[in-house]
Design a protein around this ligand. Structure first.
Ligand code: EPZ
Length: 428
């Protein structure tokens, strides 16, 4: 099956000044489904995964699984994978291009005891090291060396171990995923300390336990995995995407509108909803739905990004766009990645007043934004530019929206249904 990925140079043309009103269906979580797709490599039986978002990152991962020898079918919502016959060497070019692909390393080692994958690409938000992934896999008995841009790993035996996974910026999400998957088929008990607590880790552990793994403590900093002999096929529904939901919640507040986030999990959005309320938005959770409405005014707020359940780094750019509209000074401090302020210079092209001082952005909000041509640089920065374009007066063209297509399913269609004047302009 071919996994077509949209043309690369499309842009969004936005006529700002509209309020977003209505309801939006939240798609499945990109950051949950990518490690879950990697986990299908752990069994020779068929896995069926539902509520899968139709994203270019998902289609990329389908190509990677296919390059390893798996049979993959994707109808845009349900994914069927059978990894009965797989090799341990993935397509260098594909794996290098997508950071999330590093999480095939653990399952390949667990299943085949050998793997050779390219070092994942860094990206504009930081160098994206994998030292903690390799530390964890070595603790389980894996021999690893890096040469020619490849990680070459071999594990004659995988034995349970006590692994501390904390790094300079706290836990590692995909590192936790990798070690979870390798330990699931190791001999003996593995204890992960300083594990990531993100909901996406809980969803992965639920998927693995449904396959027959024995994992306890997912969602807490200490996870215990008792290795088993083999894992079987499973059916699973992916959790909703908390960052997509948060993005639409910020867009509602920024546009002066009211949006119901159908299918969102408020319990995954605590820090984001708390900051939106502090900024003046109204949050309504009645009737099992989550509705975010703009208040009569916006207040400046300070945020510092932290590991879950603190304020998520993946919502930092979107909140910066909102703070450009709030009269007063907001201080946004990025503690997870070393260079995740690429959106600031593009927001300034729309009239924002932002100064960068080390890990902090000082936003002097309240000046009206006016449309301009801007360039997307990474996934969440692009979302921030779309939010700002909707709030600005006049026309904004956001170039290189392939960044958005990586992590937002048909974003322009969802926004248009909410009343935004937005269209996708096919790339040259
Ligand atoms: C996941 O990336 C997400 N991606 C990211 O979302 C998210 O921003 C990030 O977690 C943090 O929440 C996916 O799940 C596909 P990390 P991951 O390892 O796992 C350092 C988005 O926009 N670190 O938790 O790659 C690292 O440099 C994307 O959807 C090490 O030092 O991130 C960073 O400073 C962007 N050594 C911090 O830890 C390592 O071995 C957190 O990184 C690994 C990480």
């Amino acid at each position: 099956m071919m996994f077509r990925i949209a043309p690369t140079m499309d842009s969004f043309l936005i006529e700002g000044g509209t309020r977003l009103c209505g309801e939006v269906q939240i798609s499945g979580s990109k950051n949950a489904v990518l490690p879950i797709m990697a986990a299908t490599l752990l069994t020779a039986e068929t896995c069926v995964i539902r509520h899968v978002p139709d994203l270019s990152d998902v289609r990329f991962m389908c190509r990677i699984l296919t390059s390893l020898g798996a049979q993959v079918e994707f109808d845009g919502s349900t994914l069927t994978v059978c990894a009965a016959k797989i090799t341990g060497t993935g397509d260098y070019d594909l794996i290098r291009k997508m950071r999330g692909s590093i999480c095939i390393l653990g399952p390949l080692l667990a299943r085949l005891r050998t793997a050779s994958v390219s070092l994942p690409g860094g990206c504009v938000i930081g160098t994206r090291p994998i030292d903690l992934h390799l530390k964890g896999l070595r603790s389980l008995g894996t021999e690893i060396h890096v040469e020619g841009g490849y990680v070459k790993a071999h594990a004659p035996e995988l034995n349970g171990a006590h692994v501390f996974l904390g790094g300079r910026a706290g836990p590692t999400v995909l590192g936790t995923a990798n070690i979870l998957m390798a330990a699931a088929l190791a001999d003996g008990i593995t204890v992960l300390e300083s594990a990531a607590c993100e909901p996406e880790i809980i969803d992965l552990a639920d998927f693995l336990n449904a396959m027959g793994a024995r994992i306890q403590g997912a969602g807490s900093p200490t996870i215990t995995i008792t290795g088993v002999r083999e894992l079987h096929g499973v059916e699973h529904e992916v959790i909703p995407d908390r960052i997509e939901a948060g993005t639409f919640a910020v867009a509602a507040a920024a546009s002066g509108g009211q949006v119901t986030l159908r299918g969102a999990r408020p319990d995954h959005l605590g820090a984001v909803l708390d900051k939106l309320q502090e900024a003046g938005a109204r949050i309504d959770r009645r009737g099992g739905a989550l509705t975010v409405s703009a208040g009569s005014f916006l207040r400046p707020v300070d945020i510092t990004t932290m590991p879950y359940s603190g304020f998520p780094t993946d919502m930092q750019a979107q909140l910066m766009a909102l703070m450009c509209l709030a009269p007063g000074t907001s201080i946004i401090t990025e503690r997870i990645f070393e260079s995740r302020f690429m959106h600031a210079s593009e927001l300034m092209r729309l009239g924002a007043d932002i100064g960068i001082e080390g890990p902090s952005a000082i936003v002097k909000g309240g000046k009206p934004l006016s449309g301009a041509e801007v360039m997307a640089s990474d996934l969440r920065a692009s979302a921030a530019l779309v939010i700002a374009g909707i709030a600005a007066s006049g026309k904004t063209q956001v170039h290189r929206v392939y960044h958005l297509d990586r992590g937002y399913e048909r974003m322009e269609v969802k926004l248009e249904k909410l009343g935004a004047r937005i269209q996708r302009v096919p790339g040259e």
